[in-house]
Design a binder for this molecule. Structure first.
Ligand SMILES: [Zn+2]
Length: 402
């Protein structure tokens, strides 16, 4: 059967968690003309997904004392001789991960981090509070892109890719690195390893201490770079977005790195990362506040709370890949021993794909998309190997509980 987005036609669920083989790893995102994904599909012979294989390595094969020594050596190398200089950058929103990272680097490892925030589309109240309270103890640069440009890019990304979060993702990826370059700070710390959630080669990736250069450095010229599925050239010419407004969305170019060496590390490579422990640490030591209410689409209250568009990021992933927010959350919690697989499956059954109603009208207005077009785009994005229409109702063909 023909599938969209290059997804594998045969749907397989992990034998340990709730994840399926439909979770893609985006490749060469800057060339994102249309939905071009490379599926992870890195299930092993025992039927474990890539993230579960990574988690097994993390729990059994890594000498964490040795890894911490590596962290201390790295910090020693970068620690500023003069106490008034920053010696690393921690990008983040003031959520649990960035709070843990900045706090432990500062208090335990004696670093002087500068934190950098890429502003959400539209702050939630809780996101705004948490960003403000993070700054009780750290210095921060808040980068807020032109709202009109961000809105236009989000509109295009939704219409062309059903990926309303893409402009945010790009800014989040590059903005802190561009600040690092300006301030000549060669060390940037991301929190958890992105490979915790799957990759094309989990065993190899468990040995990676940071992002490959190809993740943030581009060899391409501007005409080969796409945002919201449109080339930069077209964005300027046809969509009247000034090139200067695209600064934060564009990658670092190879020429930028001639005189500047950038090390983009994950703290989760050096310290054994457990999202639940990170959450408790952030609450106890830094005053992080979880959401007072359950987040739509899942049962959890502590992850990805800052932006009113977040729910649509997860909802569109549910439409494109059959994987919603409750799948992501349960898969992680099963791996970390907080839920059994059966408990996880029940939560997926209950919450996955729940529509994010709370901010729906506001997000439609923000994207300048009417409700009719919204649903037309949503339904056109459903891959036939995942969805069928039964008695007028769209239903997933493969469910983790069946
Ligand atoms: Zn798994």
């Amino acid at each position: 059967m023909k599938t969209k987005y290059g997804l594998p036609p045969k749907v397989q669920f992990c034998t340990r968690c709730t994840m399926s083989n439909q979770r893609p790893v985006p490749v060469g995102e800057m060339k994102y003309k249309v939905n071009a994904y490379k599926p992870t599909d890195a299930f092993n012979k025992e039927g474990l997904c890539a993230a579960c294989q990574f988690s097994f390595v993390k729990d059994n094969k890594i000498d964490w004392d040795k890894r911490e020594k590596e962290l201390i050596e790295l910090c020693n190398k970068y620690r500023s001789k003069s106490s008034s200089e920053y010696d690393c950058i921690v990008p983040g929103s003031g959520g649990k991960d960035s709070r843990f990272t900045s706090h432990i680097l500062k208090e335990k490892y004696g670093m002087n981090p500068l934190t950098v925030t890429w502003a959400p589309h539209i702050y939630t109240d809780i996101g705004k509070k948490n960003h403000a309270s993070w700054l009780d103890n750290v210095d921060n640069i808040l980068i807020t892109p032109s709202i009109e440009t961000h809105r236009k890019l989000t509109n295009l990304a939704f219409k062309n890719l059903l990926h309303p979060f893409q402009p945010f993702v790009f800014g989040q990826r590059y903005a802190a690195l561009k600040v690092a370059k300006r301030f000549n700070i060669g060390l940037v710390f991301h929190g958890e390893s992105p490979f915790e959630y799957g990759s094309a080669d989990p065993i190899k990736d468990s040995k990676k201490s940071g992002f490959d250069k190809k993740y943030f450095v581009s060899k391409n010229n501007l005409n080969e770079i796409y945002l919201g599925g449109v080339s930069v050239k077209e964005l300027v010419k046809k969509h009247k977005i000034p090139l200067s407004d695209l600064f934060w969305y564009l990658p670092i170019f190879e020429s930028d790195l001639k005189k500047f060496k950038l090390n983009y590390k994950f703290l989760g490579y050096y310290l054994k990362w457990n999202p639940q422990e990170v959450f408790y640490y952030a609450v106890d030591k830094t005053g992080f506040i979880p959401n007072p209410e359950r987040t739509e689409g899942t049962y959890s209250k502590y992850a990805s709370l800052d932006d009113r568009i977040d729910g649509f990021h997860y909802y569109t992933s549910f439409i494109k890949f059959g994987l919603g927010r409750a799948t992501m959350d349960t898969a992680q919690e099963i791996r970390n021993g907080l839920l059994t697989r059966d408990e996880g499956i029940d939560l997926v059954k209950k919450y996955d794909g729940e529509f994010p109603n709370k901010y729906f009208q506001e997000i439609l207005e923000y994207m300048r998309i009417d409700e009719k077009l919204f649903w037309r785009l949503i339904n056109a994005a459903r891959s036939p190997h995942l969805w069928s229409k039964i008695k007028g109702k769209w239903t997933l063909k493969h469910k983790v509980w069946e």
